[in-house]
Every structure is written in structure tokens, then in C-alpha cells.
Design a protein. Structure first.
Ligand code: PHE
Length: 385
């Protein structure tokens, strides 16, 4: 069976088809050059499925909109995607398949930095441009000149969290509880610590966990003993939800905060009422009244049963639109020319803000801070770089 998918096919059927086809190694069908093939690797199932699903839906919507208006360079886009099941070791294999078997002109992915870091060396070695929608760890784009991202990076996110802790939370003494298994978490802890300490703050405790752990009480008890003013948990929502719930069970009342890894409706399902006095930074708020944002929110809701898009959906959408814009400007999908066109992205109007790629192939964009009130995510403030 051939797993190439017409982007106009309904998402759910598409996912099923792609999953069913994962084990197949069919030869690419269709004469070369009839379509423009764009590949995506995403965590559609497994531990961080909320990330992959959301980002994928945004990307899919963008490709459908592009195809509905004639595609690119007079050709339809063929969107070929595969699920890495949130598992380490899958993304490099998928990237290889998409490049060598499916001959995609570019790769979109991933949300989690660790999985982008697995695929990036493959894309770089094959000179196939890769755009990560939302991986924020600096190392992702440092892999090489074919690797881009359309989001801000963790040195910016860490710094804004340090300022937020000092100014808004009025915290002098902070505890950090990070995931040693995630490059994102290790990095964000470091990029928070440096500016926080330089600004006169103190890190009173540093504890570690491994993503997927279920019992965090020993580390939380050690944190509690230091009486921090606030606790930074730079992790992903599945772990963060349990951590916040267990901290409150242990009687820890200090505010808890983190970065974009918190963002998923599942966080509220996991931690519920325990999330009062928690905050996180992210890339996008559907509450933004900008007409372009509201147009995207309406299109997303119409396409996905009333679902409200989150940061990953918005960045997934922007990653595909930035690529499409570069393909148009390049007038070709030839790898070197396409790379140069992506690198030249300047002021592209995305739903997560104007996207300009710098010499390090990163975007500089504002962040928003979200809090949880009565079991709902609530926009708090915007932080501009
Ligand atoms: N920035 C996170 C990472 O690099 C992923 C993420 C992005 C999570 C956006 C949620 C929202 O791993």
C-alpha cells in the first residue's frame, strides 16, 4: 500500500491510513514532479500525543488552504506524515524514510526539541530543509544551515520566566524541578537559572525527574523543606500535571510555573483544581483580537469540530505557511534554492506574529503568559523580546 496522502482527505482517515501504512515500505507512487511533497514527523500517539495532534492539525489546515487556492507553483501539495509515537529513536528513521523513499522537498517537525534533534542531522546530511514549528532548544537549529524554526528559543523563554518570577511572582528564592530525559527541560532550567541569579535571585533547590515517572513526592518533599517562594517546573504537560497535583497534596502552596511544555488541555484534565496559582509562557493565545488570529481561530474551529487552536496548532500552521511562502519566492523546490529562500524569510505575517528568520535560522517573537483560573487557561500578559 502506498501511504501518500492527498491533503484534502479528512484528517482522521488520513491518520488511520498513515498509521496503517507505517509498517509498509511501498515504493513512492506518482510521477516525480506532479505534486510537491511535504513531509511531517509528529507525535500523533504516545506520551505527548496532544503536542503532535495539535501541531499536525495546524499543519494540515494550512496545506488544505494552500491546495484549495491552487497549491504551489501550479502543483498540488501532497502531505506525507508519520507518527513517531512520542518514542525516542523513531524520528530519525521516519526522517530517512520521508527523504529517501518519499522524496519530500522539506520536513516539518517536531514539537519536542529532543525529537527534532533526532531528525535534524538526517535532514542536514541530505540537504533537505527542515522547519520545526515549536522546538525551542537552541541546539535544534545549531545542527546546520538546513534546519530552521518558526518559534522563539529557550534563552528568550528562560529570561522572560526569570523576570516573571522576580517581578510578577515577587520570588527571591526559587526551586527548579526538571526532566533529565528531555533536552528542552534541561536547557530551559539553565536558561532560567543564569538570568535569575544574575538579577539577584537564588535557586534554593534543584531536583530532577525522568519523563514518565509517576511518583514525584520524594523530590517535592526535598523542595518543600527549602521553603521556595515559587517552583519552576520546565517539563511537559503529562509529568507537570502529576507534579502540580502531588505538590498540592503535600501542602506546597508556592506558585508553580513553567514554559510552553505545559500547554495542553490534558494538563487541566490531569491536575484539575490543583492548577490555581500556576503560570506558563507560550507562543500564542486564541484570545488575541488581531483579525488574522481570529480568522485562523475560526477556520480551525470550523475544520475541527469547534476545537480552539493552541500554540502548537498555530505554530504548525505557520511552519507550513512559511515553507509555502519560501517555495513561492524560490520559484522551485530545488534544495539549495529552497534553503536560501527559507533563510530569507522576513516579516512573514503568521498567526503567531511576524516571522523573520535570523542568521541562526531562529525566529524572534513575543511570548504570552497564561495562568489557570477556575479550571480554564487564561491569558495574563504578552512579553516582547
Ligand atoms: N518548546 C518545546 C520543546 O522544544 C515544545 C513545545 C512547544 C511544547 C510549544 C508546547 C508548546 O520541546
Amino acid at each position: 500500500m502506498n501511504k501518500r496522502l492527498a491533503a484534502l482527505a479528512p484528517t482522521l482517515a488520513g491518520i488511520t491510513l498513515a498509521l496503517a501504512a507505517c509498517s509498509q515500505s511501498g515504493a513512492p507512487g506518482g510521477a516525480a514532479g506532479e505534486t510537491i511533497r511535504i513531509g511531517e514527523f509528529a507525535s500523533l500517539t504516545g506520551k505527548e500525543a496532544a503536542f503532535g495532534q495539535s501541531s499536525h492539525k495546524g499543519t494540515q489546515l494550512a496545506i488544505e488552504e494552500l491546495n484549495a487556492t491552487g497549491g504551489l507553483l501550479g502543483k498540488k501539495i501532497e502531505f506525507i506524515y508519520e507518527d513517531n509515537r512520542s518514542s525516542p529513536g523513531e524520528s530519525a528513521t521516519i526522517a530517512k524514510k520521508l527523504i529517501t523513499r518519499d522524496r519530500v522537498v522539506a520536513l516539518l517537525g517536531e514539537v519536542a526539541s529532543g525529537r527534532s534533534l533526532e531528525a535534524a542531522p538526517i535532514a542536514q546530511a541530505n540537504k533537505v530543509p527542515m522547519i520545526s514549528p515549536s522546538s525551542t532548544n537552541p541546539k535544534v537549529t545549531e545542527t546546520g544551515d538546513y534546519i530552521f524554526r518558526v518559534c522563539f528559543t529557550d534563552p528568550f523563554q528562560g529570561k522572560l520566566l526569570a523576570e516573571f518570577a522576580r517581578k510578577t511572582l515577587k520570588a527571591q528564592k526559587v526551586a527548579i524541578f526538571s526532566d533529565v530525559a528531555a533536552p528542552y527541560s534541561v536547557g530551559l532550567a539553565q536558561y532560567f537559572r543564569e538570568p535569575f541569579v544574575a538579577g539577584g535571585g537564588r535557586v534554593a533547590a534543584e531536583e530532577k525527574y525522568t519523563g514518565g515517572d509517576k511518583d514525584f513526592k520524594a523530590q517535592l518533599t526535598a523542595i518543600k523543606a527549602q521553603h521556595p517562594d515559587a517552583i519552576l517546573v520546565p517539563g511537559y504537560y503529562t509529568d507537570v500535571g502529576l507534579i502540580v497535583a502531588q505538590a498540592r497534596q503535600l501542602g506546597i502552596t508556592a506558585p508553580m510555573f513553567g514554559g510552553d511544555g505545559w500547554e495542553a488541555p490534558e494538563l487541566i484534565q490531569i491536575a484539575g483544581g490543583a492548577l490555581e496559582e500556576t503560570y506558563y509562557s507560550t507562543h500564542f493565545s486564541p484570545e488575541n483580537s488581531d483579525p488574522a488570529v481570529q480568522k485562523f481561530v475560526a477556520a480551525f474551529k470550523a475544520r475541527y469540530n469547534g476545537e480552539t487552536p493552541d500554540a502548537m496548532a498555530a505554530l504548525g500552521y505557520d511552519s507550513a505557511m512559511v515553507l509555502a511562502d519560501a517555495i513561492r519566492r524560490a520559484g522551485t523546490t530545488e534544495s539549495g534554492k529552497l534553503r536560501d529562500a527559507i533563510a530569507a524569510t522576513n516579516g512573514f505575517a503568521g498567526v503567531t506574529g511576524a516571522t523573520t528568520l535570523d542568521a541562526q535560522r531562529n525566529a524572534t517573537k513575543p511570548a504570552v503568559i497564561i495562568t489557570v483560573k477556575d479550571g480554564q487557561f487564561k491569558y495574563l500578559e504578552t512579553v516582547t523580546p
